[in-house]
Ligand binder design. Structure first.
Ligand SMILES: Nc1ncnc2c1ncn2[C@@H]1O[C@H](COP(=O)(O)OP(=O)(O)OP(=O)(O)O)[C@@H](O)[C@H]1O
Length: 543
């Protein structure tokens, strides 16, 4: 149900462009969202496109722009400056869209693609802008910087502004930047044609606000037919809380894991997945950069010998290729990781939400959300890295027993999960000599206990790992206290036992939590507990 039963040319696209789609990208027929969106975008109307992850939104807006630009009677030149601007939330997405654009423009060499995204040599970006970029992909911060400071940046011919992953752009706090950008880019005379497009998998108040700001009498693409019929299609119909579009074939599950058992359970699930299907790709999400670094080093180095293996012979626990990606990495490392994971046939990627939006890693089969995602929108985008374009995919979210109400929050958006048979998986691991009984409780399962012990010993034996683990623990707790709104009720730091949290980083003791803002929160919590008589009920160690 992903592809339409028509051709690209029947949608009105120029024949050479259709050939590029076929030859350079291997696209024979349009997807449903492309079939809906391309004719509308070709017509020049503003549009809001809402479709599930991995349904081909990128080409839905790039193809019509190229169609128009290649057809100008007087061929456009670099000196004409920028005609189309694509705003994206992250650097990786910037590069990804740029790569597709390069392929599509192979035939149309006079249309120049380019990007600006910060993190690189600024003078090189200036030089590229000075030479002229016909279709420019940019992150909002760097675009604003160049709009204000690069006098040779020519955009008086700008005809298209596209917000790809609009929701994420706003979530990252770029709202003010966008307002400024729109003010700076306001058409200089009324006859100038301008078409704005907004694409988002998740619609909410943030997107609604941006749409009101930037779209003029837009066509809605991807909402129900009843919405299409409406007179005032957009303003009355964009749901503030509605069902999110998750690929239908995606198998979504959750796992209830007590905090102190999280780490051995995670390692066991990963081992199980790669043994079940040695050639596959898995993405594992964490809430902080420090957590990614710690687990990356742990998974790369941790060795273990279980009873079934030859006594005394240590083996790397997880024998798959492992990559990491987060915003604190050097730009070059980010680029290398991103490209490597893209091309690998079998690998594990550990990442923060920097990978959650828009990134298209081929053949990812499994998504694990080890740290809960927070807002339901983030959940939807993280799982959207698999089951793309009708392919199969599975996802698993770790929840602690005290966090289980998160499932209700997802339900509100039409997302429902079933429970993952974790005990069944654990029972398949070999037990130590002296353990014969299996357990019905995760936290007392002999395999979990044995692995936890080995992990703690490993961390203790390696000072650099111990350091990474402590850092990751502190950042994790800080991130946990940062949940906002409704989610504060689900993810409450005061419901957690920090000794158990430390255990989930293979630490025997919780390290002291340094940092003023955090200390303030702890003090506030203590006062709250005292008031409510909670402090004696729960032991919070090591603060
Ligand atoms: N017509 C097509 N035929 C075959 N493959 C296609 C077609 N259109 C897109 N694809 C492929 O489908 C995948 C998803 O496309 P794309 O990344 O544009 O989806 P998206 O809807 O933007 O996803 P997200 O919401 O996650 O950003 C890509 O690998 C792309 O190459």
């Amino acid at each position: 149900d992903v592809f339409a039963s028509c051709s690209f040319s029947s949608l009105g696209l120029e024949s050479n462009l259709c050939e590029q789609l076929r030859e350079r990208l291997g696209f024979e027929v349009p997807t449903l969202v492309q079939a809906q969106a391309i004719p509308v975008i070709l017509s020049g109307r503003h549009a809001l496109v809402n479709a599930a992850t991995g349904t081909g939104k990128t080409v839905a807006y790039l193809a019509p722009i190229i169609h128009h630009l290649q057809g100008y009677e007087n061929r456009i030149q670099r000196s004409d400056g920028t005609f189309a601007l694509v705003l994206v939330p992250t650097r990786e997405l910037c590069l990804q869209v740029y790569e597709i654009l390069q392929k599509l423009l192979h035939w149309f060499h006079w249309i120049v693609p380019g990007y600006i995204m910060g993190g690189e040599n600024r003078s090189k970006e200036k030089a590229r802008l000075r030479k002229g970029i016909s279709i420019l992909i940019a992150t909002p911060g760097s675009l604003l910087d160049h709009l204000k400071n690069t006098t040779s940046f020519l955009y008086s011919n700008l005809r298209w502004i596209i917000f790809d992953e609009a929701d994420r752009i706003l979530k990252l706090g770029f709202g003010k930047n966008i307002e400024e950008i729109l003010d700076l880019l306001v058409p200089t005379h009324s006859k100038m044609q301008r078409q704005n497009l907004l694409l988002s998998t998740t619609l909410n108040e943030r997107v609604n606000h941006l749409a009101k700001m930037s779209l003029d009498n837009p066509v809605m693409i991807g909402l129900d037919e009843s919405d299409e019929d409406s007179e005032d299609k957009y303003y009355s119909k964009v749901p503030t809380v509605g069902d999110y579009k998750v690929p239908l074939q995606l198998i979504q599950r959750y796992m209830k894991v007590p905090c102190g058992s999280r780490l051995p359970v995670l390692l066991s699930i990963l081992k199980h997945l790669f043994e079940r299907e040695p050639s596959q790709k898995v993405v594992l999400f964490f809430s902080t950069c420090d957590a990614v670094d710690f687990h990356y080093s742990l998974l790369s180095e941790f060795q273990f010998s279980s009873y079934s293996q030859t006594e005394g012979v240590q083996q790397v626990f997880l024998g798959c290729k492992t990559f990491r990606l987060h915003g604190n990495m050097q730009q070059e490392d980010r680029r290398t990781s991103f490209q490597a994971f893209k091309t690998e046939k079998s690998a594990l990627l550990l990442s923060t939400d920097v990978s959650a939006r828009g990134l298209d890693f081929p053949k990812v089969r499994f998504i694990i959300q080890y740290d809960s995602p927070g807002e339901a929108t983030e959940y939807v985008h993280r799982v959207g890295r698999t089951a793309r374009l009708g392919e199969r995919g599975e996802s698993l979210v770790f929840l602690q027993p005290v966090e289980i109400d998160y499932l209700q929050d997802l339900e509100k958006h039409g997302v429902s999960l079933t429970e993952y048979p974790v005990l069944k998986v654990l029972d398949n691991f070999p037990l130590q000599k002296n353990h014969t009984k299996k357990s019905v409780f995760l936290e007392s399962h002999p395999w979990v206990l044995c692995l936890q012990k080995a992990l703690e010993a490993f961390i203790m034996s390696k000072p650099e790992m111990d350091e990474l683990s402590r850092k990751a623990f502190c950042s994790w707790v800080r991130a946990y206290t940062a949940h906002r709104g409704e989610l504060k009720r689900v993810f409450m730091i005061k419901k957690l036992h920090l000794g158990h949290v430390a255990k989930s980083f293979a630490l025997k003791q919780p390290p002291s939590l340094v940092g003023q803002s955090f200390q303030k929160q702890i003090e506030k919590r203590k006062i709250f507990e005292k008031k409510n008589g909670l402090s004696k009920k729960r032991k919070v160690a090591g603060l």
